[in-house]
Design a protein around this ligand. Structure first.
Ligand code: NAP
Length: 349
């Protein structure tokens, strides 16, 4: 039994975290420890096993849970909701069984974000094995799909870059009819690539360095295009370039939208303020101020900055998030709150 259980006897929902030994799984667990309505009852990983405080020291004296091998049977017995923080292709191998067992599922991988199995195969190099549930998955971006998420049993949590890009572009794309081109110039900290070892993530490679990668060939581009096209009501191509920042967490997207007719800065600002008026986690910066990754680190906020060129035809939108929180675990908990009827901000502010 862990301390929070004693402190908050109101905790009623039982949650499991698959992939708790990874960066996003750890973040989900950490957020759930502070959630007043949820008790984590099951944690599991692939090769990493043992008491959670031995895997991550930050959980010392905060839990006695032991990380075990994955078991659908145990998850079904001990949990009401399960978070999957697994590499893509691994989620779709277990989602059908978890849903069949009656669990609510929130998948942090890319397996159910793209609606077309052909597009998934093209970008992820693997045939989609669970087309049945692909059509059932609700895309977990609350600012756009809140009502659908509320009634969902299965949510596909958005990617980190797509969260920052789609939130930054949505108000303009949903309104402007004269968009000529969109460039998303994206930068992420190293935790975006997960905890598994790789030479390109070594301190000696990343520190005091800055580089582009997967230029115009990043797997998040079709996800951004899918939801921007849905918002615009027509095909909306995106030119997406990712960069690796020498920091641990954080994403800053700078997005260049070329318009035919143009828009005044005040008009743009009012459009964004109105679009995000009721949103607890989207902060539109005052004109002249720009978001920073440091200001959103360890928070579930997406901060947005706006600028327009003198001829009004080039709009520059910046958006900043913490890739592990609003870009992954925080958004997953936000989705769980909506699915289970908790206050949307519970455990996140
Ligand atoms: N990192 C981010 O900023 C971010 C943001 C949004 C979404 N995501 C997505 O969230 C998912 C998890 O990302 P992450 O960054 O947390 O990854 P990670 O740090 O590499 O963790 C991966 C987790 O999955 C387990 N795992 C590894 N190989 C596996 C396999 N073959 N079968 C089953 N489980 C396996 C690992 O267990 P062991 O420790 O036992 O190997 C670990 O618990 C990915 O799909 C990723 O694309 C990540």
């Amino acid at each position: 039994m862990y301390e929070k259980e004693l402190e908050y006897p109101v905790k009623t929902v039982r949650a499991g975290v698959w992939g708790v030994s990874g960066y996003t799984g750890r973040e989900v667990f950490s957020l759930l420890l502070k959630h007043r309505g949820v008790r984590v009852t099951y944690v599991a990983a692939n090769n990493t096993q043992g008491p959670l405080p031995e895997i991550f020291q930050e959980f010392l004296n905060r839990t006695t849970l032991v990380c075990r091998p994955f078991s659908v049977k145990k998850t079904a017995k001990r949990c009401d909701v399960v978070f999957l923080a697994l590499p893509h292709t691994q989620s779709m191998a277990v989602v059908p069984k978890l849903l069949k067992a009656g669990l609510k599922v929130i998948d942090l991988s890319a397996d159910y974000r793209l609606k077309s199995p052909e597009v998934y195969e093209q970008w992820y190099g693997h045939k989609h094995d669970d087309i049945r549930n692909l059509s059932k998955a609700v895309y977990g971006l609350p600012e756009l799909f809140r009502q659908k998420i509320k009634g969902a049993v299965f949510v596909a949590n958005p990617g980190c870059y797509p969260t920052a890009a789609v939130l930054g572009l949505a108000p303009l794309i949903a309104t402007a009819k004269d968009i000529l081109s969109i460039v998303v110039d994206a930068k992420s900290g190293v935790s975006g690539a997960g905890r598994k070892a790789a030479v390109e993530k070594l301190f000696g490679e990343v520190s005091e360095n800055f580089k582009a990668y997967k230029v115009l060939s990043h797997q998040h581009a079709p996800e951004i295009e899918q939801y921007c096209s849905q918002l615009a009501g027509r095909e909306t191509p995106i030119h997406f370039v990712a960069h690796l920042l020498p920091i641990t967490r954080g994403i800053l997207n700078t997005m260049y939208v070329h318009l035919k007719e143009g828009i005044a800065l005040n008009q743009l600002y009012n459009l964004y303020k109105k679009f995000y008026k009721i949103e607890p986690f989207v902060r539109v910066h005052p004109l002249g101020s720009q978001p920073e990754v440091k200001s959103v680190a360890n928070t579930n906020f997406c901060d947005i900055g706006l600028a327009v060129s003198p001829d009004k035809k080039m709009v520059v939108i910046t958006s900043a998030i913490d890739n592990l929180v609003k870009g992954a675990a925080g958004q997953a908990v936000q989705n769980m709150n909506l699915m289970l009827g908790f206050n949307e901000t519970e455990g996140l502010l």
